[in-house]
Structures are given as structure tokens and as C-alpha cells.
Design a protein around this ligand. Structure first.
Ligand SMILES: Nc1ncnc2c1ncn2[C@@H]1O[C@H](COP(=O)(O)OP(=O)(O)OP(=O)(O)O)[C@@H](O)[C@H]1O
Ligand SMILES: O=C(O)c1ccc[n+]([C@@H]2O[C@H](COP(=O)([O-])O)[C@@H](O)[C@H]2O)c1
Length: 209
């Protein structure tokens, strides 16, 4: 008797990716290895409704930077589901769309511990754990709140430690605006894309070195 083939395992890395940086890529790569994932799909948000208080770059720029950053890894792909759906982005919709596209696969939603700490502020949060297994990446300075962790069904969440990468998109944008280098914080092609399209310009009247 032969064993049934194992179901494909797909990692889902949702993010605003404004811009995508090496913290995102290392987290996805570590989780891919940890869970022996067949693929990790990066899903740039359409409208990140919890970031409505700040200016977010147009989705096409964030999508193209994500494509550039992931192009060299044969296990990394990029999905437009959240951008093409339009309207505010809810992870329930993301996971339902991906399940429709890949009904044969088990989904692993990859998120930073800081984002996971806020998960009960997400729409229909309790339903999300039926749609995917959640992987919380501990990130420097962002410990997972134990009370929130206790509310998540214990067999639907795994915490993993990621090599210390204190990189954030906020810091990359601020560095670019201040004329400081973002080389090596984001992939080279993303640095070139940011320069080519003039993303994150200095505020008028700001002195840059
Ligand atoms: N350095 C990092 N290591 C591990 N996970 C990260 C890191 N940076 C972001 N993440 C996670 O990646 C996902 C997408 O993050 P997002 O695109 O909002 O980047 P960000 O750096 O947190 O952005 P911002 O600083 O603009 O809020 C979230 O789940 C977030 O917690
Ligand atoms: O479903 C929600 O209500 C929800 C609220 C906030 C964030 N998320 C998801 O969390 C992921 C990281 O989001 P962000 O805003 O930190 O880039 C991304 O996939 C978002 O769609 C989802």
C-alpha cells in the first residue's frame, strides 16, 4: 500500500510592501523552510484600511516592487487578488480567493508578531483560523502579546523566530525621504525602482544631504 500524496502547502505573505524589504523576504524564506512549503505567495494589499490615516503608494508600484524582489526565488510568487478585488483589503477575502484558486492546498498565513497582536481588530477575525494556519514571526521589538496568543486556537498558530532583522517599510521610506541609503535594506532592483519612479520624495523645503 502506498501513502496518499501530501497536500500542497502554500504560504501566504500579505503586506502593504511600501516598499518590500529584506525583513519580509527573510521571514518568508524561513517559514518556507520550516514548514516545507511548496510555494509562498506574496499578496500586496489593495487598500490597507488600517493604514487609512497615512499616504500609501499606488498599488501598481507596490505590486511591481514585490515582483522585482521575489523574481529570483523559484518558490516565491505574487498574487494580485487583493489589488484586483478593489475596496478595503480583508484577509478573509484574500484566503477565500486563494482557496478557490487552490482548493487542493493547505494555506499558511505568514505575519509579523506585531500584526498578529492586532488580529482581533481584523474583520471576522475568528473565522480566519478556519481558513489558514497562522505563522507569527517574532520581529525585533515586537513581542507577541500572550493574551492575544491565548485567544487563537492553539493548533492553528505557530510562532517562529526570525533572524534579527530590524527593518521596516516605515524606516525605508523615512531614509529615502531624508536622502539616506536604502541599499541592502531592500533588494537592489527595488532601490532602482524607487529611484526611477521618484517614490518617497523629500517634503518640499526639506534639506537632504
Ligand atoms: N522585519 C520584519 N521581519 C518579519 N516580519 C516583518 C518584518 N517587517 C514586516 N513584517 C511583517 O510583514 C507583513 C507585511 O508588513 P508591511 O508590508 O506592513 O511592512 P512593515 O515594515 O510592517 O510596514 P510599515 O513600517 O509601513 O508599517 C506584516 O505581517 C508584518 O508584521
Ligand atoms: O482583515 C483585516 O481586517 C486586516 C486588517 C489589517 C491587516 N490585514 C492584513 O495583514 C497583512 C499585513 O497588513 P499591513 O497593513 O501591516 O501591511 C495584510 O495581508 C493585510 O491585508 C488584514
Amino acid at each position: 500500500m502506498t501513502d496518499a500524496p501530501r497536500r500542497p502547502r502554500i504560504g501566504v505573505m500579505g503586506g502593504t510592501f511600501d516598499p518590500i524589504h529584506h525583513g519580509h523576504l527573510v521571514a518568508a524564506s524561513e517559514v518556507q523552510g520550516w514548514f516545507d512549503l511548496d510555494e509562498v505567495v506574496f499578496v500586496p494589499t489593495g487598500q490597507p484600511w488600517q493604514k487609512a490615516d497615512r499616504a500609501v503608494s499606488p498599488p501598481e508600484h507596490r505590486y511591481l516592487m514585490t515582483v522585482i524582489a521575489t523574481a529570483a526565488n523559484p518558490r516565491f510568487t505574487v498574487s494580485r487578488v487583493d489589488i484586483d478585488r478593489g475596496g478595503p483589503t480583508y484577509t478573509g477575502d484574500t484566503l477565500r480567493d486563494l482557496r478557490r484558486l487552490r482548493p487542493d492546498a493547505d494555506l499558511y498565513f505568514i505575519t509579523g508578531a506585531d500584526a498578529l497582536t492586532d488580529i482581533f481588530s481584523w474583520r471576522d477575525a475568528d473565522e480566519l483560523f478556519e481558513l489558514a494556519h497562522f505563522v507569527g514571526c517574532t520581529r525585533p521589538g515586537a513581542e507577541m502579546d500572550p493574551a492575544t496568543l491565548a485567544r487563537i486556537p492553539h493548533d492553528r498558530v505557530t510562532m517562529v523566530e526570525i533572524p534579527a532583522l530590524a527593518i521596516s517599510s516605515t524606516d525605508c521610506r523615512e531614509r529615502q525621504r531624508a536622502g539616506q541609503p536604502v541599499w541592502y535594506l531592500v533588494p537592489d532592483g527595488v532601490v532602482q525602482y524607487i529611484t526611477k519612479h521618484g517614490l518617497y520624495p523629500a517634503a518640499p523645503g526639506t534639506d537632504t544631504p
